[in-house]
Design a protein around this ligand. Structure first.
Ligand SMILES: Cc1cc2nc3c(=O)[nH]c(=O)nc-3n(C[C@H](O)[C@H](O)[C@H](O)COP(=O)(O)OP(=O)(O)OC[C@H]3O[C@@H](n4cnc5c(N)ncnc54)[C@H](O)[C@@H]3O)c2cc1C
Length: 319
């Protein structure tokens, strides 16, 4: 048993970004653990999509044709079991995504694999070692898997740069005899995310406010400030949960992923679910009265200050 199996993801005819991030993470693991680096892809269109996974470092791409047009957790679980039995890897890497969360932990538990979710990194230190956040990402936990000769790790998206560069992987199809009786779910359709009046994913400058603004009545001050600065207003989830703004303005894991040139965050603590949606902004400026707020870990510039003082100073400058 050696090498790494990366389980790629595709949706609606496109390979998802996390797939090449996993390949990059697997690349450094393989250097320590030894190869091969195998990428598995499950889907009705897996064979057609395989060339998009052929990047530098990948030794082999194994496709599994799904009997369903769209993702189904029970199909993915059976396919993963077959892939693991076929490839016999020491480490299995998947994304910490809504798809993988629906089946990979179940397989890990059933097969007695070492397991870690939401990993920031996985390295080889004579054995697989995972680093992940603990206590709301205030601590970094080092996770080892004593007594497990195979581990399954779900990697957080955005943790590493995607792998690139032309590859020369072998491509092979693996036939899986799916147990139809065990496929108990049915894909009913996709619902498009409402884009609303503005599309925050396209904005170059976002002024984003969080629970720190305290009260709904304070929102108008930030709407005016955003307009004066030429920014688009975005929010963290509590503002949407409170019904103060529509979900089309929410940044984060259950909201939208944004990549503006400038992300100015007022009164946002920087929970992992928020960071998942904005950490790729070119420049992040955070204003928070708590010097320990995790948002400062990703901010390029920060002000430990009362957000209303900073907002007033900015408004006065623009006036
Ligand atoms: C499955 C799941 C999905 C989620 N998805 C998302 C998501 O998509 N997006 C998202 O944002 N969250 C999401 N969350 C919620 C997330 O975990 C946090 O609860 C949320 O991001 C916190 O929002 P916040 O930073 O605005 O509030 P808080 O964490 O309460 O932070 C408020 C901050 O304001 C600061 N502050 C207070 N007063 C002032 C002041 N006067 N001046 C300056 N600073 C001040 C405080 O120091 C604090 O850091 C999700 C959670 C789960 C479990």
């Amino acid at each position: 048993m050696s090498g790494v199996l990366v389980v790629a993801e595709a949706r609606r005819g496109a390979v998802r970004d996390i797939s090449l991030e996993l390949v990059a993470a697997a690349g450094s693991l393989v250097r320590g653990a030894g190869g091969p680096l195998v990428v598995g892809l499950v889907g009705a269109d897996a064979e057609e999509l395989a060339p998009r996974l052929d990047v530098a470092g990948v030794d082999e791409i194994v496709t599994v044709r799904s009997p369903r047009e769209h993702f189904e957790a029970h199909v993915a679980e059976q396919a993963l079991e077959a892939l693991v039995a076929d490839v016999e890897p020491a480490v299995v890497l998947l994304g910490h995504t809504i798809d993988a969360l629906g089946y990979a932990p179940a397989l890990a538990a059933r097969a007695g694999l070492g397991f870690a979710s939401d990993a920031w990194s996985v390295q080889w230190d004579g054995m697989p070692v995972v680093r992940r956040g603990a206590y709301g990402d205030r601590l970094v936990a080092r996770v080892e898997f004593p007594g497990r000769d195979r581990v399954l790790v779900l990697m957080r998206s955005g943790a590493v740069e995607p792998a690139a560069g032309a590859g020369s992987a072998r491509v092979r199809a693996l036939d899986v005899a799916f147990d139809e009786a065990a496929i108990a779910t049915e894909h009913l359709g996709y619902r498009e995310v409402e884009r609303g009046d503005v599309d925050i994913t396209q904005a170059e400058f976002l002024l984003s406010v969080g629970r720190g603004i305290g009260d709904k009545s304070n929102l108008s001050q930030f709407e005016e400030l955003a307009e004066a600065l030429g920014a688009t207003l975005a929010v963290s989830r509590p503002i949407v949960d409170a019904g103060w703004m529509p979900s089309t303005r929410q940044v984060g894991q259950s909201g939208l992923t944004v990549k503006p040139k400038l992300y100015l965050a007022f009164g946002i603590s920087g929970a992992v679910q928020h960071l998942a949606g904005m950490r790729k902004a070119e420049t992040i400026i955070a204003v928070n009265s708590d010097p320990e707020a995790p948002i400062f870990n990703v901010a390029h510039y920060g002000a430990v200050a009362d957000l209303f003082d900073v907002a007033e100073a900015l408004s006065a400058r623009e006036a």
